[in-house]
Design a protein around this ligand. Structure first.
Ligand code: 3H9
Length: 654
């Protein structure tokens, strides 16, 4: 078996007439320039050598090919271009089979689509997630995928960027089969293909499907991607594949790819992509070994605690829920089981999965049960005395290596830690509700948190499939600090002349799923009101304070549940209420403010600036490590549109 090297990232071995080409370009075998050069050289070799009857393509390590090299975007493309490499694979005279060892995403999936045979290992996954980067596939994905799996399934996969596992890929027809040893199976396939005419994906006709069903699939994608350019373009390109000759479809796809690659949305989403990879990385923590966590205690199994319990069970841990009474414990268990059963009803979980989770769950009123826990997360009422007393009790019940985490959103975790025996084991884990669904977790690095405690909290959040962002201690941590600045600015504008529906309309046109005042109505106004009342005595009397939301609460306008808040809801429809307008006008008159009008653009610019200024304050104070961390918090916890890149990114572009 001779070893051949075609570039620094592509090598091959030739045995019994088959050239096994391996792409080795860590970390994810992206199709960087030297990969493309190496693949072309390998094909040259296979073409020239009459002894070679066929080729196998595989990836080194855990990934097949993670896609085009995103770090090369923005630089002039160097030849050979990926579409040319892929076209050559499809039209190659000798059979080429992909032995797909791991993720085949974006350009990696496009390589697979053009191969003549496609065999996956059990760990393989497939997808064209380009829309998540604000682009469309640029190397044939929109044209070849529908030829293999049909228009409807292709619209779904490419329009959403959804990743599928090997089994589903077989069912869809994206690949031929799954094998425990994909290399051996692909070799057999190449030998077989060498004896017959090759089936080339690009030459297949897209199968006919019901036009109403195609339309429904398209509408589903378009409905979910309001404001974003790329998903609509993928739908257009996929649909055109059934009526357009391949070369024309590929040219249209390529032109669309290049146009979108240089767009503002694509650079925002690339920023988000790289920010996500950096999030949770803390200087100095690289070599710290995390503590072992097997059993997690969750104190309080209300809305937040039960969501955390479900996320923790889903990640394979044992969970001990704690409630004050046996009656409450029974209800807590039912709440957690209820969420899991709903997951079964909608097909997200199967019956054995449910049984396995329930078997790992105990809910009790006996705090002593926590002696077995390695990490305890409290999710009780957000009150300093309640939480401090709880931590003092936990301090004597749990073992000394156990970590204690608080889920507080506003309280000072350093004050809680100071009241305990081992403050270095206290950390914040601020989940967002519903905690089993929301990806964001603020991991709060308290003044005395030990490095291995922080490392453990980060590793735990990642194992839950969450996006952990580290925050230092400040009131409201990163998210609620920025949100407060945003809310404050919106209320200033309210006094200065903008009405709630004007501010909401500007935010929704910008891409927020819901404007600020509509969100307040949905969440209820009373909790923030109670907090403002508590803080009244410590508020700076010289700072500008807008009391309009206090007036709303005094009038019993607590939001949607009360039927009225910033808006009224006749028949469930959000409607402007002249009474609120009158109340705002009254407040302005009392302060002798002459109202002026605001354009949508001005509203958004002011709100972004307020958020970014607060973000700068957090960065200067070391509360947030990177602007990208702040962007991720606002995107994943507060509805900031990801395709705008987050407030720090967006404010910097204005
Ligand atoms: C595309 O293909 C366009 C084509 O249609 C057309 C072309 C003409 N490039 O996520 P991880 C880095 S668009 C460059 O933590 P995991 C990442 O930054 C592309 N770098 O690993 C990180 O670096 P660092 C479509 C990349 O094991 C490191 O790899 N493809 C790329 O959890 C590890 O990343 C996608 O959108 C890349 N393409 O997950 C797939 N991908 O260590 C994007 C990753 O310095 N990638 N890096 O922080 C993924 O989804 C995951 O990385 C993957 C591995 C599932 C592959």
């Amino acid at each position: 078996m001779a070893g051949l090297s075609f570039s620094e990232s592509v090598s091959a071995t030739a045995a019994d007439g088959i050239l096994v080409v391996t792409i080795d370009n860590p970390p994810v075998n992206a199709t960087s320039t030297h990969v493309r050069i190496g693949l072309m050289a390998a094909l040259d070799h296979a073409e020239r050598d009459a002894g070679i009857i066929g080729v196998m393509l595989t990836g080194a390590g855990r990934t097949f090919v993670g896609g085009a090299d995103i770090r090369e975007f923005g630089k002039p493309p160097l030849e050979p271009l990926l579409p040319d490499v892929i076209n050559r694979i499809e039209n190659f005279d000798k059979p080429i089979a992909a032995a797909i060892n791991g993720a085949a995403l974006g350009g990696g999936c496009e390589i697979v689509l053009a191969c003549h045979g496609r065999i996956a290992g059990t760990a393989a996954s497939f997808g064209l997630p380009e829309v998540k980067l604000g682009i469309v596939p640029g190397a044939g994905g929109t044209q070849r995928l529908p030829r293999l799996i049909g228009t409807i399934a292709a619209i779904d996969l490419i329009g959403t960027g959804r990743i599928v596992k090997a089994d589903e890929a077989v069912t869809l027809g994206l690949i031929d089969s799954v094998a425990a040893d994909p290399l051996a199976a692909a070799e057999a396939m190449v030998r077989d293909l060498a004896t017959r005419p090759l089936r080339r994906t690009g030459q297949l006709a897209v199968r006919a499907e019901d036009t109403a069903a195609i339309d429904a699939a398209a509408q589903k994608v378009l409905g979910r991607s309001r404001g974003q350019t790329a998903p609509g373009q993928t739908v257009r390109l996929v649909i055109s594949a059934s009526t357009t000759p391949l070369a024309e479809g590929l040219a249209d796809e390529r032109a669309t790819f290049l146009r979108l690659r240089d767009s503002e949305q694509a650079s925002a989403l690339r920023h988000v992509f790289f920010a996500e990879r950096l999030a949770g990385k803390v200087d100095g923590l690289e070599k710290i070994v995390a503590r072992k966590i097997e059993t997690v205690g969750i104190v309080g199994t209300g809305l937040m605690g039960s969501g955390i319990a479900v996320a923790t069970l889903n990640a394979g841990y044992r969970v001990i829920g704690i409630e004050q009474t046996e009656e409450a414990a029974k209800k807590g268990r039912e709440r957690i089981a209820g969420i899991l059963e709903k997951a079964v009803q909608i097909g997200r979980l199967d019956a054995p999965g449910l049984a396995d989770r329930l078997q790992r769950l105990t809910v009790t009123s006996e705090m002593e049960a926590l002696a077995a826990a390695d990490l305890i997360i409290e999710a009780v009422f957000d009150d300093l005395t309640v939480k401090t007393e709880l931590f003092q009790r936990l301090d004597v019940v749990v073992h000394d290596d156990a970590i204690l985490a608080t889920n507080t959103s506003y309280l000072d975790p350093d004050a809680i830690a100071a009241a305990t025996r081992l403050p270095e084991r206290i950390v914040g884990l601020h989940f967002f509700s519903p905690a089993n669904i929301m990806r964001l977790v603020e991991v709060v690095n308290c003044a005395k948190t030990a490095p291995d405690v922080l490392a453990t909290a980060l590793a735990f959040a990642k194992r839950l499939g969450k996006l952990p962002v580290v925050s230092g201690v400040t009131e409201g941590f990163i998210g609620n600090s920025i949100f407060s600045a945003y809310r404050r600015e919106a209320e200033f504008m309210l006094e200065d002349g903008a009405l709630p529906h004007e501010i909401d309309a500007a935010l929704e046109a910008y891409g927020f799923p819901m404007g600020l005042f509509a969100v307040y109505d949905m969440a209820g106004l009373e909790i923030a009101w109670a907090r403002r009342k508590r803080q009244a005595s410590t508020r700076d009397p010289n700072a500008r304070y807008v009391d309009i939301s206090d007036r709303l609460c005094e009038a019993g306008r607590f939001g949607q549940k009360a039927g009225r808040g910033w808006y009224v809801y006749p028949g469930g429809k959000r409607t402007v209420d002249p009474e609120v307008t009158a109340l705002i006008e009254q407040a302005r008159r009392e302060k002798a403010i002459e109202p002026r009008s605001f354009t949508s653009d001005e509203i958004v610019t002011r709100l972004l600036k307020a958020m970014a200024d607060e973000g700068d304050r957090l960065l200067a104070g070391g509360i947030a490590a990177r602007p990208g961390d702040i962007d991720l918090v606002m995107i994943n916890g507060y509805g900031f549109p990801s395709y705008r890149g987050g407030p720090m990114f967006a404010a910097g572009r204005r």
